[in-house]
Design a protein around this ligand. Sequence first.
Ligand code: 13P
Length: 336
Amino acid sequence: MSIEQLAETALAMVAPGKGIIAIDESTGTIAKRFAGVGVENTEENRRAYRELLLTTPNLSQHISGAILFDETIRQKTKDGVPFAKYMADNGMIPGIKVDKGTHALAGFPGEVVTEGLDGLRARLEEYYKLGARFAKWRAVINIGDDIPSGTCIEANSHALARYAALCQEQGLVPMVEPEVLMEGDHDIETCFEVTEVTLRSLFDALYQQNVALEGTILKASMVVPGKDCDEQASVDEVAEATLMCLKSSVPAILPGIVFLSGGQSDEDATAHLDAMNRLGPNPWPLSFSYGRAMQSAALKLWSQDLVKNYAGAQDTVFARARDNGMAALGQWDRTA
Ligand code: 13P
């Protein structure tokens, strides 16, 4: 696989006015989301729900690709079309979550490291054959008393860089995701410092592992105060802090940055992205790779009547895609 092909895929992922829908919840995470709205967590319900999302009419107007979970990339529409083929036929790039989740970092209480490197080359080879063209790995950095440690940041950066190199070897664009969590009472300055140090460590590790940045996408968390911080920040403060942090730590050659929503409200996730793009031009396209902020409203509506609300839930998905797509251009109209 040439760097040019990887770069082409990466650029298509952040095409103007388009972003990614993250529907890669593990079986445990989707269980939580379904339980929250009273949907039974069966394989058929998971399949039907993912079909609802992916077959939303005209979704590709604002969605360039979707991140799937291992189970999902093996599933089909009710008409028997594999989801990955359905996506490719409808102008969306299939992606796949390839990490195996977070585990306690031995010797460092309260900190986690993401696992999943063992056997990854063979799994990537299979996912490519199943149609995936990009792959996501999520590292999690907790903020708390005396954490994160340098060791935690380094261990996670190293794993992210090893996975990214393997992805490129196998023809998949790595979507590297170092998520700094919003849990805690820390202020926005602390989030800024932790995010900056994490991103610098990540790009250092990517450089050391010979990862071609032209064929890499960063999935970043925004710089926000902790959920329990007394002093919350305005939309403009979040936009300015996030942009400054990214500019100080992310090379300009990167084809694009997408954000996770991380538990922000739908409106905040859209408003923050829109504000950052209004402050442009920026060194990279800034778009979205939202999970909850793309899906929550639709899941809630669908859960109230899985049959009658099917089309309404798809309308809701489309509306969220449109709003976030406009925010990726800095043209979101909150009154529309
Ligand atoms: P949220 O937007 O719900 O944070 O999910 C995005 C994601 O893929 C996290 O890994």
